[in-house]
Design a protein around this ligand. Sequence first.
Ligand SMILES: [Zn+2]
Ligand SMILES: [Zn+2]
Length: 174
Amino acid sequence: MGSKRLHQFRLNARELLRQPGLDKQIADTLPAAELGVDDDRIVGEVTVDLIAISSIDGIAVTGTIALPWRSACRRCLAEVSGTTVIAVDEMYQDPADAVLDDDAFEITGDQIDLVPAIREHVLLELPDDPLCREDCAGICPVCGTDRNHGRCDCDTSVRDERWAALDQLRLDDD
Ligand SMILES: [Zn+2]
Ligand SMILES: [Zn+2]
């Protein structure tokens, strides 16, 4: 069953390149496991909605990948879920026809397999440590109260500063 579905994500490169301006739609869903991604944060199927358009320079593939996920808030551990929509903009080029762009994929045979690019996007865009909401108050490190729902009188000022510092690091990282 797997190979049949994955077949949808193969393009006939020769046919597209023979006729600049030709396009081909690739729209399907598939389980992450078939992409070769084994990650229990992904729930349900990945939705791929792409269009390949040929030009004299190569084949441009654009569109979106919708990635449904579920994870735990990094502060309060509540379940967080969402769908990340990933913008795709890739170029596939045949080195025999064109000087390769820096980030282009090389067309090596008659077909283009889109799965490696899709897998790469999915792995890059899975949320590492989401928040349930921007201002999640987290769990009190002293008494364990979920401060989104209840209050306590513990002195946690030191811990709060550390969070702020971590958040700042993350922002600098982006
Ligand atoms: Zn939270
Ligand atoms: Zn407390």
